[in-house]
Write a new protein. Structure first.
Length: 148
């Protein structure tokens, strides 16, 4: 019976020593990585890499690149399809941009370029509509929603 306890005790001691060795190896590896990072560019390099990993900067950069490419497509859609419809409804876009109100009070006059504001708002809403239709039509609005 004494031999069984001794064998069990030796096995437990061996497991503890193996766990200690594994933990020490992990600490040594982490220290080596930290030393390598510090050698590359000081503590700032490690902080920068952690920032990139934690804040999702890569995803932001990808989104920015896709957004820039999509901007050209949206502009082409607005100029090719939306603006001609507006020109049919309003007349010419140049005529709308040039529309002004001139207000005279006593000997002072003020010119309000309301047509340029209306034209800009129409372009803004048309662009927003095209972006919404693309995102909603491709079901991209459901990608970021967490699944319950």
């Amino acid at each position: 019976m004494a031999n069984k306890k001794t064998a069990a005790q030796e096995a437990a001691t061996a497991r503890r020593e193996a766990n200690k060795a594994t933990a020490e190896a992990a600490r040594a590896k982490a220290e080596a990585v930290r030393a390598k990072t510090l050698a590359v560019g000081g503590g700032h390099a490690e902080g920068f890499l952690n920032f990139i990993r934690q804040q999702g900067v890569i995803g932001l950069a990808v989104g920015l690149a896709i957004g820039a490419a999509a901007g050209a497509s949206v502009k082409a859609i607005v100029e090719g399809f939306i603006n001609p419809v507006i020109n049919l409804l309003v007349g010419s876009q140049e005529g709308l941009v040039a529309a002004t109100w001139v207000v005279t009070v006593n000997d002072r006059t003020a010119t309000f370029g309301w047509g340029a504001v209306v034209s800009s708002l129409i372009t803004l809403f048309a662009t927003a509509l095209v972006i919404y239709l693309i995102i909603h039509g491709a079901k991209l609005d459901r990608i970021d929603k967490k699944k319950s």
